[in-house]
Ligand binder design. Structure first.
Ligand SMILES: C[S@@+](CC[C@H](N)C(=O)[O-])C[C@H]1O[C@@H](n2cnc3c(N)ncnc32)[C@H](O)[C@@H]1O
Length: 288
């Protein structure tokens, strides 16, 4: 092995361990019962990596830091373990499905925040919401929590997730407002039911997304909204490669928000907006 390669790899393995130590320190500060000598070394390591900023690990951003580190390590570990796996959404492990469901539920918080400055979107939160790719029901349950008048149609095609969704919904206070079905979005009935629909395009190939937006449009009431999401492509070139990999390995295809915007317009959505955030970009509009 060349010396240059060895140096680079050593540098990178050190960075991976540094991230793990910072994550460990953040975890121990919120739930810390550990051998004192081990804790001391983790704390020293975190201080070495973060300098004075280590003191802030305890602050209100602690949960965000933990989520960021957890997601980076999980994604990195999964990519390294099985780079050759077929693309798509084939998560079997119940714990992982539940964790991902909880993480994805924040998508509804973003929709809710967008509604604060958009009265027409706020009105849609009192109608019927279509949660496409409901998984274990994370977004559907968050929507039911946040919007007491909203009814929810939750659909998916992955039985292991649907079984967990059924349990999660049954254990919630909202079972009477959430209808769960094994249904492919491309087979959605053209009944005019929905005031709001959520479509995570990063798990569907282009043909499915095109069929899905047309089906959803045909099932959305006049003035109803569609919020379509895709992974954000950051400006830095390496971040761009990771975002593209995330989409492709998740079974998705579309990475350009402008392509989604044109698709929504072609399906009769108006005032289509693009809202970029660090992980996911939302493209959303209203049926004219
Ligand atoms: C990231 S997961 C959903 C996470 C979800 N929000 C939760 O709380 O668990 C994406 C989901 O989209 C579903 N999906 C993919 N293609 C679909 C299709 N054509 N119709 C309906 N659901 C689909 C997958 O089965 C998968 O469960």
């Amino acid at each position: 092995m060349s010396e240059a390669l060895m140096r680079e790899v050593q540098h990178l393995t050190r960075a991976a361990r540094m991230l793990a130590v910072v994550g460990a320190a953040a975890k121990l500060r919120s739930a810390g019962k550990v051998d004192a000598a081990i804790q001391e070394q983790i704390e020293r390591g975190a201080r070495m990596v973060l300098g004075d900023a280590a003191a802030d690990l305890q602050m209100s951003d602690g949960a965000t830091i933990l989520t960021m580190i957890g997601m980076a390590l999980a994604e990195a570990g999964e990519l390294f373990r099985d780079p050759a796996r077929t693309a798509g959404w084939q998560v079997q492990a119940p714990e992982l499905l539940q964790v991902m469901g909880r993480a994805s539920s924040h998508a509804f918080d973003r929709i809710f925040a967008l509604a604060e400055t958009r009265p027409l979107l706020r009105d849609a939160l009192a109608g019927t919401f279509l949660d496409v790719g409901t998984g274990v029901g994370g977004i559907a349950l968050r929507a039911a929590d946040a919007c007491p008048e909203l009814r929810i149609d939750a659909i998916d095609i992955w039985e292991p997730a649907l079984r967990l969704a059924a349990e999660n919904i049954a254990a919630s206070l909202h079972a009477d407002r959430i209808r769960l079905r094994n249904l492919d979005v491309t087979a959605l009935e053209p009944e005019l039911r929905y005031t709001l629909a959520w479509l995570p395009t990063m798990f569907m190939n282009r043909a499915v997304v095109e069929a899905a937006t047309a089906r959803i449009a045909a099932a959305t009431r006049s003035g109803g909204w569609l919020v379509a999401a895709l992974y954000t492509t950051p400006d830095d070139p390496f971040g761009g490669i990771m975002a593209s990999l995330r989409t492709l390995r998740g079974g998705g295809e579309i990475t350009d928000p402008m392509e989604l915007r044109e698709l929504l317009r072609a399906d009769g959505y108006v005032d289509v907006e693009v809202e970029v955030a660090p992980l996911a970009t939302f493209v959303f509009g209203r049926r004219g």
